[in-house]
Design a protein around this ligand. Structure first.
Ligand SMILES: Nc1nc2c(c(=O)[nH]1)N[C@H]1C(S)=C(S)[C@@H](COP(=O)(O)OP(=O)(O)OC[C@H]3O[C@@H](n4cnc5c(=O)[nH]c(N)nc54)[C@H](O)[C@@H]3O)O[C@H]1N2
Ligand SMILES: Nc1nc2c(c(=O)[nH]1)N[C@H]1C(S)=C(S)[C@@H](COP(=O)(O)OP(=O)(O)OC[C@H]3O[C@@H](n4cnc5c(=O)[nH]c(N)nc54)[C@H](O)[C@@H]3O)O[C@H]1N2
Ligand SMILES: [Mo]
Length: 787
């Protein structure tokens, strides 16, 4: 332990979870002034008759009798059901210039937006506008574009199946497939990679499979923070002797030790359950090499076993019956040199061989992964290599085994299922045509990266955002700011105020306030429920019960239908009012387009909902070859060879107190950071090698291919953290300006948020550049990014 650390930095020695988690829940309820109401709300989260927690997409245990909530779910619920509100008075008081100078944390922290707003350039204020007027103007603005492909329709994955389905119907009838969505920045590598490997772009496991697995590979995700309810599952696996192997450049505390807030014994005795049995600190961006090393070692074990007359290690019968491409895969593995694998992964050969050995002994393995795998230039092939490893031992489509991508937003998977995609399958469009009698556009639309480029380059004229904080969540806020300011029309459907809504279009900008999951949604046909799909393809109903924050706040389906009507008039003959009056009718249409939703309205009324069919889990492969395919990706390096020892690889992380761009508070308890976010983590040896000391204030610039004068973030403080050599880490979104829009996975367009080549410099003078991302930290200077 060091004696003197920078302000707000401590050595955190406890487990994840435990009393700290319960204390954090109490504090977040207090901060939102809802101690009474908050506790009542939490008891309703993830219950059969309650609302779906808006935080993560981890499924709920089927027979949950006690309440299922977690620290970060509690923070999300508290943040949404806050007693704080911003309406006419707030916006009269604060000009946009005034709001721009506030931190992102402050903007959202002011509370729920309660009135529809229109920006007035003359006064530089948002002003209250009536719904009818706003909708009519937005409709006219969209209707007058020369080409529907000049409009972009962004969705963030919190919206319900019902809102998402109405949006895709409206937008396709309007005439474009421009559906950038948060998935494009998240699990797109899964959506693109897995269909080629196993014929479906989703995970194949159910929660019950975890009861039967004896090995969990946990790759590039941080469940203690981002999927805390998963910790109960991992804890059970560990307690019954299952092995968990973690691959992560950071030693995440929850993967080391976890104290269950729901275990009376652990809480009373301050004991904790060890989680990972092995922890491999892979280099940032080193997973491709690590996965190849494990597969290579596995093939070698198989050869040795066969030679010795022992039972084989690969599942040859499965491979022969169910797969293609094994020979090419083995040839590539044999051609991959151990020296290259070791150098690129940062892991020892013997460590990778040991993983292969443990894997060869496992009867049923699940591989879980998150953003540490997908947000790379090789995101798609990283995902496919995980599938390869599982297929080698037949670990897909049998109990206790499978692939488990940990989805992000609570309904990001559902939004995709019901048609939010810029690259629709012909089958979906044919069905839309059959059910609604119009010819939908066939041309592929824009993903996030493509939309931002179109906005920046003047090809797009209008953007509508159903939730999210696109300009800050995306890479390249420089391009995003230029793009949003270039618009003739920008519309934000939102619960809270955020930075993207302060990038004023050169034409008109609107903010439309919507209900959250926790709130009562009453329409002409009575109280309504919505539906969502979790990470494991379970669809269930969600019904809020709190009073809406204001009488002018509307549901997302209501707003989307309103804009559709105002834009399209009678075109298409859709009964938008009927849909809004009774969401059962939306679900009937979803069922008509997607047969998997058979008896939708009946089945969501059963407690726990229903499971969507998953062909790969039944070993039916919906690929062109009708088999599962081993996908070969040559080489082991995902980035250009660095060569220059001053270039470090930066990965961008979520703290324990944030939800994507929403910053609940400035602490990151498990990593020992309190009251600040203006930090660059690096190991002590590397800090010294680069000629610095812990606590030094530095500037970071983008290196190599995407270097540019304005790709700089100033004023971060160096903090020692156990990371592999050559790697550093910072918080997302503070270092967003370092990531070029063009730096993404070629196949899926997922930005390379987790592997940015950077250089570190002694802090230069703050040149007063315009501030776009979080001004964070009690100590040190504000983080400055030039825009
Ligand atoms: N409380 C809370 N819950 C959330 C969210 C939130 O912000 N807050 N966000 C939601 C969303 S949208 C998503 S997508 C998920 C995200 O959940 P995660 O996938 O867990 O997301 P991250 O925090 O980005 O970090 C992933 C982990 O990858 C590791 N990592 C970084 N680079 C690499 C690498 O190159 N290789 C490997 N193997 N690991 C690496 C990091 O150290 C970190 O532990 O969580 C969802 N749930
Ligand atoms: N550097 C870096 N960048 C990243 C990532 C990373 O790991 N590193 N992760 C990426 C990932 S995985 C994702 S998913 C994206 C997230 O990108 P987004 O989904 O765009 O971002 P969020 O921060 O989740 O959006 C928060 C905003 O959503 C609005 N909101 C909240 N609840 C509701 C609701 O119920 N309805 C509506 N209409 N609005 C609501 C609020 O205004 C809030 O400000 O960011 C990506 N960006
Ligand atoms: Mo995400």
């Amino acid at each position: 332990m060091r004696d003197k650390r920078p302000d707000g930095i401590k050595d955190y020695t406890g487990p994840a979870g435990g009393w700290g988690a319960l204390k954090a829940v109490a504090l977040s309820l207090k901060a939102q002034q809802i101690v009474q109401r908050g506790a009542q709300t939490l008891l309703k989260s993830n219950q059969p008759d309650g609302f779906d927690c808006p935080s993560c997409a981890w499924p709920d245990p089927k027979h949950s009798s006690s309440f299922e909530f977690c620290e970060n779910g509690a923070k999300a619920v508290a943040w949404e059901s806050t007693a704080k509100k911003i309406g006419a008075e707030f916006f009269a008081q604060h000009s946009v210039a005034d709001l721009w100078a506030k931190t992102d944390h402050w903007l959202e922290g002011e509370g729920r937006v309660t009135e529809p707003l229109r920006y007035n350039k003359a006064t530089d204020h948002y002003e209250v506008v009536g719904w009818d007027e706003a909708l009519a103007e937005i409709g006219a603005g969209l209707a007058k574009l020369d080409d529907p492909n000049q409009a972009e329709f962004y969705t963030s994955g919190r919206c319900s199946n019902e809102a998402a389905f109405l949006l895709q119907l409206f937008v396709r009838l309007y005439g474009t497939n421009n559906f950038p969505d948060c998935s494009n920045m998240c699990h797109e590598a899964t959506s693109v990679g897995l269909p080629k490997s196993i014929g479906i772009g989703k995970g194949t496991v159910s929660l019950e499979d975890f009861d039967h697995a004896d090995l969990i590979l946990s790759i590039g995700h941080n469940p203690g923070t981002n999927h805390p309810r998963m910790m109960a599952t991992l804890r059970e696996v560990s307690r019954r002797g299952g092995k968990i192997i973690a691959f992560n450049p950071l030693k995440e505390r929850s993967l080391e030790r976890f104290e269950s807030p729901q275990s009376v014994v652990e809480m009373a005795t301050f004991s904790a359950t060890p989680i990972a049995s092995s922890y491999l600190q892979v280099k940032v961006g080193g997973d491709a090499a690590a996965l190849k090393g494990i597969s290579k070692a596995l093939v070698a074990l198989d050869k040795a076993a066969t030679a010795a007359g022992e039972s084989p290690v690969l599942d040859h019968a499965f491979i022969a019956e169910h797969t293609t491409g094994i020979d090419a895969l083995i040839a590539d593995l044999e051609a991959s040199e151990w020296d290259d694998i070791v150098a690129a992964s940062g892991l020892g050969r013997s460590d990778l061989e040991e993983v292969a050995r443990l894997y060869s002994q496992s009867k049923a393995t699940i591989a879980c992964y998150g953003m540490g795998i997908t947000q790379h230039r090789t995101g798609t092939s990283n995902v496919q290599q995980i599938a390869n490893l599982l297929l080698l031992r037949g670990n897909i489509g049998r109990p206790g085994a499978g692939i488990c991508p940990l989805r992000g937003h609570s309904n990001v998977q559902g939004d995709r299922t019901v048609g939010i995609t810029e690259r629709p399958m012909p089958m979906l469009l044919d069905k839309m045509k059959e059910v609604f009698g119009f010819e939908p556009p066939r041309e592929h639309g824009h993903s996030v990266v493509e939309s931002i480029a179109a906005m920046r380059d003047g090809k797009a004229k209008a953007i509508m955002c159903l939730g999210g904080n696109l300009a800050i969540a995306s890479s390249d806020p420089q391009a995003c700011a230029a793009g949003f300011r270039n618009m003739d029309l920008a519309v934000h459907i939102t619960t809270k105020l955020n930075r993207t809504q302060l990038l004023m279009a050169k034409g008109a900008t609107y903010i439309l306030p919507c209900l959250g999951r926790t709130e009562r949604d009453t329409q002409a046909g009575g109280p309504q429920s919505v539906t969502v799909e979790d990470s494991m393809s379970m669809v269930h109903a969600s019904r809020g019960f709190l009073m809406p924050p204001g009488e002018n706040v509307r549901s997302e389906p209501w707003i989307v239908a309103g804009i559709a009507k105002a834009t399209l008039g009678a075109k298409g003959g859709i009964d938008w009012d009927g849909y809004v009056a009774n969401y059962d009718t939306i679900r009937d249409s979803i069922e008509a387009v997607f047969p998997a939703f058979k008896d939708y309205n009946t089945r969501i009324r059963e407690p726990g909902g229903f499971h969507l069919p998953n062909a790969a889990a039944e070993r039916v492969w919906l690929t062109e070859s009708k088999k599962a395919n081993f996908m070969v990706s040559p080489g082991v390096e995902e980035n250009e060879t660095i060569g220059d020892p001053s270039v470090m690889r930066l990965t961008t992380l979520r703290s324990h107190d944030q939800y994507n761009t929403t910053i609940y508070a400035l602490d990151d308890r498990y990593r020992g950071v309190f009251g600040r976010r203006d930090i660059l983590f690096m190991n002590a040896k590397e800090i010294a090698r680069l000629g610095f000391a812990e606590g030094d204030v530095i500037d970071v610039t983008t290196a190599l291919q995407f270097k540019r004068a304005d790709r700089i973030v100033q004023g971060l403080t160096l903090v020692e953290h156990d990371l592999p050599d050559g790697c550093c880490a910072s918080y997302y979104p503070e270092t967003q300006p370092l990531i070029a829009l063009e730096d993404h996975d070629k196949q899926s367009f997922t930005p390379s948020y987790k592997s940015v080549p950077v250089q570190i410099h002694a802090a230069g003078a703050d040149d007063g550049a315009e501030l776009i991302v979080e001004r964070a930290g009690v100590a040190g200077r504000p983080v400055i990014a030039k825009v």
